[in-house]
Design a protein around this ligand. Sequence first.
Ligand code: ZN
Length: 163
Amino acid sequence: MSKMNIKKFGDSILRVKCQEIKNIDDQVKKTAMEMLETMYQGRGVGLAAPQVGLNWQLVVIDAGKGPLVLINPKIIQKSNILVKGEEGCLSLPNVSLKIKRPSWVEIENRNIKTDNIQKFKAEGLLARVIQHEMDHLEGKLIIDKVPFWEKWCALGKLKIKRD
Ligand code: ZN
């Protein structure tokens, strides 16, 4: 397996609304594995399908408790309490922004191994990473969630590396 190319800010795929995955076939499973590998190589804690050029509702995460794959994730409940935390993004090199998000979320998604619908509650860093990655599936990036002057500064720091 080879490292996938991570799409950077400016690529139009990062702005699409992703499609539901109908069948968890071998291609989906292989893609999830390659995305996990790419995420670990990039030292990220999460990666969403559009970041590797695919308009699928698929994200991979490892917030310190092992790999997690979410297919067609939906937030079914969330905390009213918003907490601020520092976030980076593999598609926005050198950018780090403080983002407010609900402190916990309850998620429904399709399990990649069993194909069953599963629900679980996440809090702390995991809740933050899940919400960040799910924003990608809607074509949203962290720079969309800060005041414009912070966005200016962030865009100034953004150095697109060509590899
Ligand atoms: Zn991101």
